[in-house]
Design a protein around this ligand. Sequence first.
Ligand SMILES: [Zn+2]
Length: 258
Amino acid sequence: MDPVAAPIGALVTEAPACDALPVYTHPMWRDRHPWLVQGITAAGDGDVPFNLGLFTDEAAHRVLERWRQLGAELGVASAVHARQPHEATVRHHGTGAPGLHLSEACDGHLTRVAGRLLGVTVADCVPVTLVCPDRRAVAVVHAGWRGAAKGIAEAALRAFEYRLDVGPSRLEAHLGPAICGACYEVGPEVHEGLGLPVPDRPEPVDLRRALAVRLVAAGVPASAVTRSSWCTRCGDSPFFSHRGGHAGRQVAFAGIRA
Ligand SMILES: [Zn+2]
């Protein structure tokens, strides 16, 4: 196999984890890390999609009610989210009041406070979850191609290092449901931004693979990386897809059980 194209990380299929809400979790992490609250919501099969996007056209009070339902289902009192500007800023969060806290705009969150849920919304972009089992710390990152090109994945690793004194060799990483390489045909500027060979016409990019390469290059063990088998766009996807014409957003979340 061409080593350049070889996949990094074991393939994982997030599975439904809850009867009341469309919530999927990483089965290996669920078994291995019982202290961890992790997963991603899906569009759901009700008449009204389970949209968690606060910055969409849907009335905010309806979206906020779903965040409340999610927190109640997961047993967390406090959640953190932000508007996501496709930059490379990761914010560290200490203790917080109950309810949903909107921090200043950023594309990643980090905490080691139990009972604080971190959430990023996605619908084709890659949700990256990083966990440190020995320090019980978690981060979630929203990575589209712009954020990936600006170094959001590396920024999350630096945040672990500087805020918590946790190096990348102690982390596990998961690249969640996102648009797959076959569905994500993009112009030369995207390839160039990601440091890939630049084609002269639109060609597919596997954003999860590009992010996995960056994480491993920055010191995360390849054996500690997993990637979702779900494509948000193709197949039997239960998730929202921006390219698929959906207005809704799922939330990828991680926290430490209270
Ligand atoms: Zn696809």
